[in-house]
Design a protein around this ligand. Sequence first.
Ligand code: C2E
Ligand code: MG
Ligand code: MG
Ligand code: MG
Length: 292
Amino acid sequence: RADIAMYSAKKAGRNNIRFFDPDMQAAVEQRSTMEVCLNHALAQQQFMLYYQPQVNNDGVIVGAEALLRWLHPVNGIINPADFIPIAEETGLIIPIGLWVLETACHQLKLWESDTAKTALHLAINVSSRQFQHPDFVEQVTTVIYKSGINPTQLKLELTESMVIGNINEIINKMQALKKLGVKFSMDDFGTGHSSLSSLKKLPLDQLKIDQSFVHDIASDHDSAIIVQTIIAMASNLGMDVIAEGVETEEQRNFLNEHHCLNFQGYLFGKPVPVDQFEQILKHNPDLTSMNI
Ligand code: C2E
Ligand code: MG
Ligand code: MG
Ligand code: MG
């Protein structure tokens, strides 16, 4: 982009050679300001995990997805969409991702001593740069052992965007963690560009139907067909399936009728801080007495 800017600056000619146009300079400045802020946020512990329930067909909470929030002292709560892309670009996603992993595993360990929470699984989002990092497997393994959690309760959500490059390398990484018991889910499934043949090779435990399809289930025939196809595919490949972004009874009923029996969405609960999540869990049946 710098080359292009230089080229157009030269082309613009005259004697005042500008290397960046003002818009671009502003963008660059904004990015580096953001980088400093994110670093600061990490050091000042301004990050926080919210937990959103994942429920089974009976509406019982069987797990949660951990969702990152940035509690900015001036701007309030900032959603991941507004800072994860920059964290990815700058590489800060590596320490931030590690923080998420450590915090989530610490939480799982705390829940272990309470029968209502001991069998919960916890899903965390892994960005592609994080997954592609050569130390990823070692990092996850270390956090698992240090926290003392049961690895079978940890689910890592990947996205189709990381299914690029050497597929065997991806499989090897996943297999190494699967040996410990870690589960894998493919997030936002159906929105990416990964080929079905490469997806078939991945040792996934779950497909997570993207909320855009769920949203339009009742109004758009194509979305309904896509959802049905994903459910059938998961079943044929021996995977579990969960729908995200379930907001209405109508959507839930459609999913139910088509044998998707795991749900996440505002219909069942929004992402909330851990103390609120634990309040909701008080109404949950004892998971240890259930076969889940
Ligand atoms: P995602 O993993 O697909 O998470 C689902 C998003 O949908 C969350 O947004 C959640 O709050 C929202 N959601 C859940 N149920 C509903 C619903 O019924 N209706 C609607 N309209 N939205 C719903 P959030 O928390 O803003 O996160 C956005 C994305 O940021 C996540 O999408 C994920 O890709 C990323 N992200 C979140 N936390 C982390 C993290 O710790 N690490 C990384 N690398 N990415 C993260
Ligand atoms: Mg997710
Ligand atoms: Mg998702
Ligand atoms: Mg999504």
